[in-house]
Design a binder for this molecule. Sequence first.
Ligand code: PEP
Ligand code: MN
Length: 352
Amino acid sequence: MVVIMAPEATESDVEVIVEMVQGVGGKAFVSRGVSRTIVGLVGDVEEFGALNLRSRPGVLDVVRISVPYKLISREHHSARSVIEVGGVPIGPDHLTVIAGPCAVETPEQTLTAARMARAAGASLLRGGAFKPRTSPYAYQGLGEAGLKILADVRAETGLPVVTEVIDPAHVDMVASYADMLQVGTRNMQNFALLQAVGAATKPVLLKRGMSSTIQEWLMAAEYIAQRGNLDIVLCERGIRTFETATRNTLDISAVPVAQRLSHLPVIVDPSHSGGRRELVLPLTRAAIAAGADGLIIDIHPEPKMALCDGDQALVDSDLAEIARIGAELSALMGRVLTPAPDASPARVPSAL
Ligand code: PEP
Ligand code: MN
């Protein structure tokens, strides 16, 4: 059972609900999002019914939900959610592009990639400081030093930062630099990490596990929501199949399926799906046409020198085309390409 609080509900309205539920031996999990607060109830549904919670101040609705993912399901909230990342919206009226290097390598590389991201129509900057690599010998990222570079580049370019967190113990530290916390495909069922980002106050980008079903992906999102954070964006990034011609198989059907089942926005990663630069533009077109709410795209100033995933990075000559596709196809789909925030007036971009 889920209690949906009205937008004007106060903290004490929420507390009253929690106390009433606990009073009959139930558990109440409060989840807060940009536009609403939801209380998930666990316990005896008959007892909860007798509390007549619907008549309490601040309560908009009380619903019984049949699917196992409750807080993120569309059963209780038919309108699709808009998630804000540093003031940039991701949701049904927009196409929001996140772009940047796979990994933060140097300040110059990150700043150049951020400027390229802007030229490609991106409104958010991606870049990994903690890299979850398949090989322990591969580049693992700069750690906190990389986060500092991202924060400097944000100050310079105005682009809010999306970056991966791989360890529950790092969540507060990463959240102190980032505007959005990415949970990667390899960690989609790292339940301790999901719970830790669920307790954070920054939105979360949850990539689909490369071997996970859509239902498992939604249950992973429910872990985050159940710990209190409803600001979640789902990302389809390709799954493992028998096919070896691509790095992963982009499961384009996952976009409309997840959007029907959950109110959360769904974006697509055409870079990690295809794994090769020449596939990124076609997969981007497919994602927008399938109704994706956004894209996350790898860009690198010098892919041959990249320490991670150079083969799939877009280069200078691709930027105008990706910006054109973003603007024209999103208009065809009835969306607006999300504009990038203004560059910080405090700092005039230098010529690095
Ligand atoms: C990434 O975005 O850099 C990344 C590691 O992606 P994934 O988790 O989808 O492999
Ligand atoms: Mn990568």
